[in-house]
Ligand binder design. Structure first.
Ligand code: SF4
Length: 384
């Protein structure tokens, strides 16, 4: 049973200097052509899935995610047509989570009404920072004022979940300025009961990132490693104090309001995916669509990459993704799935990390401690 679907909408009002996604500015005139390509891809792929798995009558989608790009930028009817096509083949569950990603300045009252009419019940807003100088430094095209306005509109619309995305490790950012952005986030969460989710990702730049032309690699403007760790500590402390649960390295939510869609990725579940550069995981194969927009629109069923996920990779992913979740790895489920006891195979590593206070075991689970989370990458690397 496949319960999750991702739809990529690649249009943006501006290409941010740090962005490595399939996201394109100034191509909005291609929206209609793109919509047709996605609808064709959906039709063909879903018919093929039905042929392979039999009738999808019993299948229910538990999450649908419009990611991008800026899906909030396109006419809501475009999203409506895609949802309709999906529903014509696979029914959503009664309580399906439908997320739309957007920039704050793409949000309008009219769109909020239409999104909710379409069943969208989760709005994920890329604020990144509440400080104008940081937004400018990272090459965003919105301001602090627009961030507040977009968030207010979304929260006041009464949509079930508003999710706020921040970033840290930005050029010109300090621990104090990041704390200021976090304070804005918690103030909002105090004022609006539907601000239920906060993500904060550390800045990660591709080798040829345009941001390097303004802030070359190693420039003083980037926070040094120890500051980066301090930012992470302030992040966890501030959001936990405000009543958010830290459920994944970079994600926090009010109790029970985790992102169902992202949890599916982290639990290694199957998911459908449509649109340029979209990645799917089905029948033990991870594949992605063409990354070039033109190529995708000419050939929406073509693959840019295909990777058969063998048992060794599945096992590595289960360890990596499981340890990123604060609840950690369920050791007996892991043994049942992969055929060996993780704590026996990695006995020395686990003992060493537990002794250093970076890892712990309780109630049949292995997990990183709060001290271990900021260094999760190096702890996880020791398992490979
Ligand atoms: S708005 Fe998001 S997807 Fe678009 S260019 Fe900026 S970071 Fe990339």
């Amino acid at each position: 049973m496949v319960s999750h679907a991702y739809i990529h909408i690649p249009f943006c009002s501006h290409k941010c200097d740090f962005c490595d996604f399939a996201a394109f500015a100034g191509l909005d005139h291609l929206t209609g052509e793109y919509e047709q390509a996605v609808l064709k891809e959906m039709e063909d792929r879903l018919i093929a899935l039905k042929d392979k798995r039999g009738d999808l009558e019993e299948n229910r989608l538990r999450s649908i995610f419009f990611g991008g790009g800026t899906p909030g930028l396109v006419e809501p009817d475009v999203l409506g047509a895609m949802l309709e096509k999906l529903r014509s083949h696979i029914q959503p569950a009664q309580d399906v989570e439908i997320t739309i990603e957007t920039t704050p300045h793409a949000i309008t009252r009219d769109k909020l009404v239409r999104w909710q009419e379409l069943g969208i019940n989760r709005i994920s807003i890329g604020v990144e920072s509440f400080l104008d100088e940081e937004l400018k430094a990272m090459g965003r095209d919105h301001t602090r004022k627009e961030a507040f306005h977009g968030l207010e509109l979304a929260c006041e619309s009464g949509v079930e979940v508003v999710a706020l995305d921040l970033m840290y490790g930005l050029p010109t950012q300090t621990v104090a300025s990041f704390a200021e952005s976090l304070a804005c986030a918690t103030d909002f969460a105090g004022g609006y009961k539907n601000l239920l989710h906060v993500s904060a990702y550390g800045l990660h730049l591709a080798d040829n990132s345009p941001l390097y032309s303004r802030f070359p690699r190693g420039a003083e403007a980037y926070p040094p490693d120890n500051t980066y760790v301090q930012m992470f500590e302030v992040l966890v402390e501030t959001l936990e104090d405000a009543g958010f649960e830290h459920y994944e390295v970079s994600n926090f939510s009010r109790p029970g309001k985790q992102s169902r869609h992202n949890l599916a990725y982290w639990m290694n579940a199957e998911y459908l995916a449509f649109g340029v550069s979209a990645h799917r995981y089905l029948d033990g194969v991870r594949s992605s669509n063409w990354r070039s927009l033109k190529r995708y629109m000419r050939d929406p069923l073509g693959d840019e990459t295909v990777e058969v996920i063998d048992e060794q990779t599945r096992c590595r992913e289960a360890i990596m993704l499981g340890l990123r979740l604060r609840r950690g790895i369920d050791l007996s489920a892991f043994a049942a799935e992969h055929g060996f006891d993780l704590t026996e195979r990695f006995c020395a590593e686990i003992e060493q990390f537990c002794a250093a206070g970076l890892m712990d075991r309780a109630e049949g689970r292995l997990f990183l401690t709060r001290k271990g989370v900021p260094v999760s990458n190096s702890v996880i690397a020791a398992f490979f």
